[in-house]
Design a protein around this ligand. Sequence first.
Ligand SMILES: NC(=O)c1ccc[n+]([C@@H]2O[C@H](COP(=O)([O-])OP(=O)(O)OC[C@H]3O[C@@H](n4cnc5c(N)ncnc54)[C@H](O)[C@@H]3O)[C@@H](O)[C@H]2O)c1
Ligand SMILES: O=C(O)CC[C@@H](O)C(=O)O
Length: 401
Amino acid sequence: MSTITAGKTNTIKTLNNIAEVGLNEFKKGNFTIDDSNENPDAVVVRSFNMHSMEFGSNLKAIARAGAGVNNIPVDKCTEQGIVVFNTPGANANAVKELVLTSLIASSRNLFDGVAWAKSLAEKTEGEDVAKLVEAGKKQFVGKEIRGKTLGVIGLGAIGALVANDALNLDMEVIGYDPFISVDTAWNLSRNVHRAMTIEQLFAYSDFITVHVPLTNDTKGMFNEEAFKQMKKGVHILNFSRDGLVNEEDMGVALKNGTVGKYITDFPNENVLKMENVIPIPHLGASTAESEENCAIMASRQVKEYLETGNVKNSVNFPNADLPYTGKRRVAAFHMNVPNMVGQITGAISDYHLNIADMVNRSRGDYAYTMIDIDNKINGDTIPGLLEKIKQIKGIISVRVI
Ligand SMILES: NC(=O)c1ccc[n+]([C@@H]2O[C@H](COP(=O)([O-])OP(=O)(O)OC[C@H]3O[C@@H](n4cnc5c(N)ncnc54)[C@H](O)[C@@H]3O)[C@@H](O)[C@H]2O)c1
Ligand SMILES: O=C(O)CC[C@@H](O)C(=O)O
C-alpha cells in the first residue's frame, strides 16, 4: 500500500456504538464519519468480530475502543501495514468495580437471593411475603470475604487495580504475572504476595479472578489440570474472555463442586445451561465513563496517526513519536532487517530532497520509519517517490503525509 494523505479528507467508519464525545474528536480536522463507506481510512470498533472482513486498499488504522483485540485479525493487519490500536487502562476502573461487586455478591449468594425474593410476587401476597422472606433467607447464608485469599492472574491495568482494592477489603491477595510491566509493578501494593507459579496461586486461592488477554498461550488455561490444583469450592471470576476456560472441564468441575461458582462476563449457550454459573451480559466496561474514556483515546490515536504518522498504543507496530512541524513526512512500515533506513533515505536523496528529521523504531520483526523532508516537494514528485520506496524489499506500506 502506498498513499498520499496530506490535505485529503479521511473517512472513519465505526462498527459498534462509539461514545459521541470520542467521535467529536474527528470534528477538529479533515475527517468524515461514514459507516456505510466500504473503503474507509480507519475503523473504530469495540467488540465487533472483524475476522471475516476484507479490508479495502485505503484502510490504514483500526482502533479498538477497549483492551482486548481478539476480535481483530491482528496478524493480517500487520501483513497489510494496518496499525491496530487499543486503549490501555481506559476501561480498567469500570471492570475493577464490577469484579469486586461480583466477588462480594457471589460470596453472599446475592444473585440467587434477589431472584428468589422477586419470585415471591407470583407465590404469595400481603404480610405472607415478609414471613416467607424470614423463613427462606437461610438458603442464602453467605461468607464474608475478609481474610479470604483472592488469586489475581494477570496484573495489568485491571488486575493491579483489583489486587490493590481487594487488600483494602481485608483480603489476602496473591498475584501471578510472569510478564508484568515495570509501570504496573510500581503501582502494585507491596502487600500483594507474588506467586512464582500459577499452581501456587491455584493452591492458596478461595477466589480466582483472571485478567489476561486471550491468546494462543492463554486459551483454555482453566482446564481439568488447573481445576485439580484448586481449593474445593473456589469461586472463579472471568471478566477477560470466554476462551480462557475449557467449558467442558468447567461443567464437570461445577457439577462435582470443585468450582463453587463461575462468574462470567461472557455467557454462551454452554455455560448458561450449567448450575452455579453467574452470567453477566458483558457489562465489565459498560459505564458511561469508561465508554467515553475509550472512545476519546481511540479517536485521538487514530486522528494523530492519520494526520501526523505518530503511533501511540499500537498492538502490532512500534510506537513512534516525531514532533510534527507540518513539513512533508514519509512514513513507512517495514521489516526489521538491516539497511532499510539506508535504502529509504537513498530513495529520498535520489529526488534531491533533504532530510530535516527522522525516527526509526522496531518491535520484533517489524519497524517503522518516519522522515521529515526539508524542501517543499512538488506534488508531481510524490507518486514516483512513493513507488520507489515501495519497490524496496521489506517495505510493507508507505505514506507521504
Ligand atoms: N469484561 C470487559 O468488559 C473487559 C474490559 C476490559 C478488558 N477486558 C479483558 O481483560 C483483559 C485484560 O485487560 P487489561 O486492561 O488488564 O490488560 P493489560 O494488558 O493491562 O494486562 C494484561 C496482563 O496480563 C498479563 N499476562 C499475559 N499473559 C499472561 C499469563 N499467561 N499469565 C499471567 N499473566 C499474563 C500481562 O503481562 C499483563 O500484565 C483484556 O485483554 C480483555 O480481554 C474485558
Ligand atoms: O466494548 C466493550 O463494552 C467491552 C470492552 C472489553 O471487552 C475490552 O476488552 O476492553
